[in-house]
Ligand binder design. Sequence first.
Ligand code: GLN
Length: 193
Amino acid sequence: MVAVGVLALQGDFAEHAAILRRVGADAREVRLPADLEGLDALIIPGGESTTIARLLALYKLIEPIRAFAARRPVWGTCAGMIVMAKRATDLDQETLRLIDIDVVRNAFGRQVDSFETDVAVDEIEGPPVHAVFIRAPLVRAVGPGVKVLGRLADETIVAARQGHLLVTAFHPELTEDTRLHSYFISFAGGPGK
Ligand code: GLN
């Protein structure tokens, strides 16, 4: 069984853990550096990126997660994507700087701060993914090693991958669709590969 950690400092970690269990992974909550031991992959959930980034520093998780991400898959959803980005606007905290993207926080503005739409995601078979956006960030630019996996109709980048590092601006954990979780754990050699 693939052991997948979910960073459980703040945000919707319980929803990720529930889907991971449905797709047959051993989901474990991560709050301290020692909790990374024995994990095959890690998810950083949605929530509030300022809070998550502050708690990462407080619990001395930044360097351990960087070391983990050098060898193992990590996926950030929404706030988790912000925390994984090399560059984030409007964030006065250090990020993990794992993936070579520029993100803009709260990019969709107050009028449409939450919305749902279908996004065709490369590498996910079948119909488009129903994507839930909640005060979501967008990806403004990606570095040369980053593959764009999904865009909105207006071309805004909302899913990308750099090797085994995955980011989505939306929240697959808030839907019944388990395909993205299966796809992610396939990076760790789990079911779906
Ligand atoms: N707006 C939040 C942030 O900037 C992200 C929201 C979310 O994760 N749903 O951290």
